[in-house]
Design a protein around this ligand. Sequence first.
Ligand SMILES: NC(=O)C1=CN([C@@H]2O[C@H](COP(=O)(O)OP(=O)(O)OC[C@H]3O[C@@H](n4cnc5c(N)ncnc54)[C@H](OP(=O)(O)O)[C@@H]3O)[C@@H](O)[C@H]2O)C=CC1
Ligand SMILES: O=C(CO)COP(=O)(O)O
Length: 339
Amino acid sequence: MEKVSVYGAGSWGTALSFVLAQNGHDVLLWTHRAEQADEINEHSNEKYLKGIELPERLKATSDLAETVRHSKVLVLAVPTKAIREVCAKIKENLTEKVLFVHVSKGIEPDSLKRISEMIREEIPEQWVEDVVVLSGPSHAEEVVLEHPTTVTAACENTASAEFVQDLFMNQYFRVYTNTDVIGVEIGGALKNIIALAVGITDGLGYGDNAKAALMTRGLAEIARLGVKMGATPLTFSGLSGVGDLIVTCTSPHSRNWRAGNMLGKGKTIEEVLEEMGMVVEGIRTTKAAFQLAKAYDVPMPITAALYAVLFEEESTNEAAEKLMGRMKKNEMEDLINLL
Ligand SMILES: NC(=O)C1=CN([C@@H]2O[C@H](COP(=O)(O)OP(=O)(O)OC[C@H]3O[C@@H](n4cnc5c(N)ncnc54)[C@H](OP(=O)(O)O)[C@@H]3O)[C@@H](O)[C@H]2O)C=CC1
Ligand SMILES: O=C(CO)COP(=O)(O)O
């Protein structure tokens, strides 16, 4: 059994700590709020996982130095926006090499960095054993009900991915491995854009045809960018690609889908975020992906349409009309361009 520290006591950090504790590991969950640590030590985290009793073995603290002393396996589960800040705090306390596992789904706007790149920028190489990304179709709310879930652990170094596979894997949480870190990170981050767009069309009252169109053409543009960035095309047909796209675009658990749905029904972004009270990663990622599309010269029409709605005050109806009115195309143009 391993000692593991988890950073970020929201829905996902708490659910993964639940899995690790059930697997018999000695888990210490870090939160930046002392009162939340007290609540978790009483076995609940009501704001994020309503009605769930957390395992005895799962302990929480707001003392970050204690968590770094506790373990050589650090799982980062804070929103993308907080990754650099939390890494900087961890760095101050490191005295030996550690393995970073990250489970966040986003890209940093402006720098256009993926999360594993941000971690490696913040933590000096001498302290980094490896960085593994754990991603896939996995809503926290279902994981803590022990409903069957599958994810993938990706790292260029297969031994590190397999270590993470063994750490998390159990009867209801099945973990695969992959060596394509770029593909896994891009798929996990960019599916949130498509989930926001599907939420909007659902909110506008469009039907399943629109949903299927956005998911299929959305995956095409995610893969188009990902491959240009160095990802393996097949990764996008896997758990962190189409798998996560399906779950996020079709589940009422998805914060991205729910946020889009409220936008489609006419609420403003400010009203949506206020009501949500949890991270909606797709909003910042839309900005980052819009910038990436320009930097890599890749057409990403759905991302561009959502960018116009979120950041240029275009109406959702107008954005949908523009998408449908684009120049005619061959469906397999990416394939044709490769030949
Ligand atoms: N929820 C899910 O099912 C899944 C989520 N993910 C990904 O995991 C990541 C985290 O998401 P999730 O847990 O759902 O988000 P939540 O909104 O549920 O929770 C975010 C947590 O991070 C904390 N936090 C925010 N900023 C900071 C900071 N600067 N320093 C320390 N802690 C901070 C919040 O604290 P506070 O309570 O004080 O606001 C909260 O505990 C995201 O990238 C998401 O895409 C991936 C797979 C599944
Ligand atoms: O990534 C997720 C499920 O795999 C969670 O998606 P949301 O952030 O939209 O809830």
